[in-house]
Write a protein that binds this ligand. Structure first.
Ligand code: TRP
Length: 349
């Protein structure tokens, strides 16, 4: 099956800094894995970055290029998949307007992910008009590519749910798709949009190396995909378990064992370690940490290697070339969607 006959994936990240191992288990590994089965579009949400950092265009540009490098390093293959720079796709902005008309403002403001972000950033009511609008924009990102599948971390599920609602509503209002039509039948029933499904990653929330909060760049508790072996070892060594001796019965719900389960891979090995740790059978934290650090290094070593190609003086130029070529490909799909949406809305001239 040629690439363009496959069902489509659209997903993305905001450019906010380097990617870490929480991103990997939260969604990135799914994206890398699904590149052969789907026609994949991976979106750099640089417009969204402006909703909170409008005064820092240079930083956003830097983070945009870094995100693309991190993706390619992680195994996103520019020969098989399409990188989408959000601001290079005008159809997304126009579609955002159309969709905004189909969503009650209170529905948008109730979005739990949006609420959590407002709380976390302690913005009070001092946020930009564009900030809540990004959630509608995210629906447009997905629908512009008529994606069936959206691989995301658990924190993004609420956005995909809102996208599903607005897709159903558009198809009903403008395409005559009867209410109650099964989600999978929308396109066959004449809808412009498929009702997309979220694919949530295998680890919803990876704890950071502080052992308490979710791993994130802003909390300074992250192990980056670009870290060296020594950095990884030092960070894993910092993980606090509170355990004193290797004969103490250990708590396998602790952060260290969350990493064991997330990164060791072999179920047999994981069970053996859990068993010995829980019984306090001569298994010290140091030995477990060494195994976790080795597994993490094995995961990111090939990424470091691929990344080296883009770290040279021509790195930025190489990325920009890819983004330009891919934008042309992405615009073909998004413009086709927009033409269909406009026709359904009786806007064709
Ligand atoms: N909001 C997402 C994040 O912060 C990024 C994003 C933008 C996205 N548009 C998207 C994710 C469309 C999935 C689909 O991680």
């Amino acid at each position: 099956m040629s690439r363009t006959d496959r069902p489509r994936i659209l997903t993305g990240d905001q450019p906010t800094g380097r990617l870490h191992i929480g991103h990997w288990v939260g969604s990135l590994e799914n994206r890398v894995r699904l590149q052969d089965q789907y026609d994949c579009y991976f979106l750099i949400a640089n417009m969204h970055a402006f909703t909170t950092r409008a005064e820092h265009p240079e930083a956003i540009r830097r983070d945009t290029l870094d995100l693309a490098k991190d993706w390619l390093a992680a195994g996103i293959d520019p020969e098989r998949s399409t990188l989408v720079l959000q601001t290079a796709i005008p159809a997304i902005a126009e579609l955002t307007w159309f969709l905004a008309m189909l969503l009650p403002v209170n529905r948008v403001l109730r979005n739990p992910t949006l609420r959590a972000e407002l709380d976390a950033k302690q913005l009070g009511d001092a946020y930009s008009f564009g900030f809540p609008l990004y959630t509608v924009g995210q629906c447009a990102d997905i629908l512009a590519f008529r994606a069936q599948l959206v691989p995301v971390g658990a924190d993004q599920a609420a956005h995909v749910e809102m996208c599903r609602e607005v897709a159903r509503r558009f198809d009903h209002v403008y395409c005559g798709v009867p209410p109650g039509t099964a989600d999978a039948e929308h396109e066959r029933a004449g809808g412009v949009f498929p009702v997309p499904e979220a694919l949530i990653g295998r680890v919803g929330r990876l704890v950071g190396i502080d052992g308490v909060r979710k791993m994130s760049k802003s909390m300074d508790n992250a192990i980056y995909l670009s870290d060296t072996a020594a950095q990884i070892r030092a960070k894993v060594a910092r993980l606090y378990t509170g355990r004193q001796a290797m004969t103490d019965p250990g708590d396998i719900a602790n952060p260290l064992f969350q990493y064991v389960r997330a990164f060791l891979g072999e179920p047999e090995r994981i069970r053996a370690l859990e068993d010995r740790y829980a019984r306090g059978d001569q298994l010290g934290d140091g030995a477990v940490k060494a195994e976790v650090a080795a597994a993490l290094d094995a995961l990111v070593a090939p990424m470091r290697e691929r990344r080296a190609a883009y770290d040279g003086p021509r790195g930025d130029a190489m990325i920009l070339e890819i983004l330009r070529a891919h934008a042309a490909r992405a615009n073909e799909v998004a413009n086709e969607t927009l033409a269909r949406a406009r026709a359904a809305m009786q806007l064709a001239l």
